[in-house]
Write a protein that binds this ligand. Structure first.
Ligand code: HEM
Length: 433
């Protein structure tokens, strides 16, 4: 059946796993109905905003399109927003306030700005410059380990998964180091943070345990772990000066954050930088292997690396969408949005907008300018952009000597998610030298 505005689907997690991002549907929406009232049986209706200019306009009017409304992520009917569910279930045993936002993404100004300041100093360009050398060394180590495993496997015709073998490692280590977490805990944090977005391996389930139950158990364990970090910081005092200590001991609006507020904030900082960056790297490597001429261009001219990072960010666009709530009527590109309506911003679609990007479906590692919206825009613009860029550059630089010999070794498997898009597995093989 040909795709039409009535039949297209952009909201079902399972479709993202089975068919990948809904590029054709987004193309059609941009062309025929860029501000489209999207009504389907299994989701509450919302405006789907798919053009670059309109995503920018909504993001730039944070006072009209707020994050603090009832919906922030696309969820099917009857499915709770995971961050709120976590607060409800874990928080119930701690007497938490059900009306407190789960974290600062759910807040609006002026409160949002004051909360954001508490951690933003740790993610500035200067802070990342200071960590850059260290992250490059870590990337080298992880790549050497992965290549050793790949060399051994390839000798017997086997592949090694890139997602778990390499892509997850630097994001995790970087988050761990910035937050001052113990390296021994990193592996466990990976399992926990994957569970937060609904990814639970069979091997991570107890006998007879359902996936949902295991995800709940992991969320509970992660929240308990964060609770211990906060307790420890309170006991030690502000003397260590790391990010968590600063957050625990710095007042906002004259008051220290409560355990509930800190728990949500630290959970956000642990969770937000992991699967996003991992998927940008996995998708970037897949794209380079599928476009050998671009791969060869990069290998021949590593000076293109900064532009290649931007193009990979545009190309992969790991965050598929965020929702906003309109606080008043607003005219968006000729369409009347009503007060109380939900508005969905589709970043990957904005990043394929032919009005902004010439030949948007061509991977061009030298593309410039490249005003992609992969990190969003405006008040909630991604806090970790500098970190993500440093990590991607370090990871690709370490991979460069190997890229010419890497090849895809089968179909990747994809995440069943409408928030963060990407891969569960990406099997790779090494060609003989
Ligand atoms: C390629 C990797 C990444 C992508 C694609 C990405 C994407 C995004 C997007 C689209 C938003 C929402 C922006 C908006 O509403 O305008 C966001 C917010 C955020 N990101 Fe990232 N992100 C990445 C990496 C990271 C990293 C490494 C961190 C580490 C701390 C991080 C932390 C955050 C936080 C805390 C927010 C919420 C900011 C706020 O509400 O003020 N992200 N990110």
């Amino acid at each position: 059946m040909p795709l039409s505005l009535d039949s297209l689907a952009i909201h079902r997690p399972q479709d993202y796993a089975s068919s990948g991002p809904p590029w054709a549907a987004w193309d059609l929406l941009r062309e025929q109905a860029p501000v489209f009232w999207y009504e389907r049986e299994d989701i509450e209706p919302f405006w789907a905003v798919t053009r670059h200019a309109d995503v920018l306009t909504v993001s730039d009017h944070a006072e009209v399109f707020i994050n603090g409304g009832p919906r922030l992520r696309l969820e099917l009917k009857g499915r709770a927003e995971p961050m709120r569910a976590g607060v409800d279930t874990f928080g119930a045993s701690r007497g938490w306030d059900p009306d407190e936002p789960p974290d600062m993404v759910f807040m609006d100004n002026p409160r949002h700005r004051r909360y954001r300041r508490l951690s933003s100093w740790a993610y500035t360009q200067g802070a990342m410059r200071a960590m850059g050398e260290h992250f490059r060394a870590l990337a080298e180590t992880f790549t050497t380990e992965y290549m050793a495993a790949l060399t051994a496997a390839s000798a017997s015709g086997d592949s090694v998964d890139f997602v778990h073998g390499l892509a997850c490692k630097l994001p995790l280590a970087a988050v761990g180091e910035i937050m001052g977490l113990e390296p021994d805990d990193w592996r466990q944090i990976l399992t926990w943070s994957r569970a937060l977005v609904g990814e639970v391996d069979d091997s991570d389930r107890l006998p007879g345990e359902s996936r949902g139950r295991a995800a709940y158990r992991y969320m509970y364990e992660l929240r308990s772990y964060i609770e211990d970090l906060i307790e420890d910081s309170r006991a030690v005092g502000a003397t260590r000066g790391g990010l968590i200590d600063r957050m625990v001991h710095t007042p906002v609006d004259g008051k220290l954050l409560t355990n509930q507020q800190l728990n949500g904030y630290i959970l956000l900082l642990i969770g937000a930088g992991n699967d996003t960056t991992r998927n940008a790297l996995s998708g970037g490597v897949e794209a380079l292997l599928q476009h050998p001429e671009q791969c060869a261009r990069l290998c021949a001219d590593p000076g293109l690396l900064p532009l290649a990072v931007e193009e990979i960010l545009r190309w992969t666009s790991p965050v598929a969408s965020f929702l906003r709530t309109a606080t008043r009527d607003f005219d968006l590109a000729g369409t009347r949005i009503r007060e109380g309506d939900t508005v969905g911003l589709f970043y990957p679609s904005a990043n394929r907008d032919e009005r902004v990007f010439p030949a948007p479906y061509r991977l061009d590692i030298g593309r410039s300018p490249n005003p992609h919206l992969t990190f969003g825009y405006g008040a909630h613009f991604c806090l970790g952009t500098n970190l993500a860029r440093v990590e991607l550059a370090a990871s690709l630089a370490a991979l460069l000597p190997w890229l010419g010999r890497l090849e895809l070794a089968g179909e990747p498997t994809r995440l069943a998610q409408t928030h963060v898009m990407g891969y569960s597995t990406l099997p790779l093989r090494l060609r003989a030298a």
